[in-house]
Design a protein. Structure first.
Length: 137
């Protein structure tokens, strides 16, 4: 069962969409040098999980699954991409960054080589095994 965000948070989760089109449009509008990296991370997520739902909110891409809610958030900056695992603190070997009082953890990527690792694939797979951020009712 998906987890609600911390009670102090006023953020409302994005609405899930079965279409990948919002993600594609978002990727096209990113800094050109980051597009191949974001496209690779997107492909890894889509390879690992079927029945994904997608959303763009706050200039961030969200990936979720019906049974567990939003599990991955991807944010592109000027020179790097953060991949946030919303329940990453619950993973067997959690991603290295993040300690904001919730269970999210993230990794900062600057190249496709950094994304294309067994460790990244494991985190993406584990994301679907843990309750993420619940969808709006």
């Amino acid at each position: 069962m998906p987890k609600p965000r911390k009670s102090g948070s006023s953020r409302k989760p994005p609405e899930p969409n079965k279409s990948h089109e919002p993600i594609e449009e978002w990727m096209q509008n990113l800094v050109p040098s980051l597009q191949p990296l974001v496209e690779r991370v997107d492909a890894l997520i889509r390879e690992a999980h079927s029945d994904l739902r997608y959303a763009i909110k706050w200039k961030k891409a969200y990936y979720g699954l019906p049974d567990v809610g939003w599990v991955i958030e991807m944010v592109a900056y000027d020179v790097s991409v953060n991949v946030v695992f919303l329940a990453g603190g619950d993973f067997d070997d959690p991603p290295p960054l993040g300690d904001s009082g919730d269970s999210s953890r993230y990794i900062k990527l600057k190249s496709e080589a950094e994304a294309d690792t067994d460790e990244m694939r494991q985190w993406i797979r584990q994301a679907g095994e843990h309750a993420g951020w619940e969808w709006p009712s």
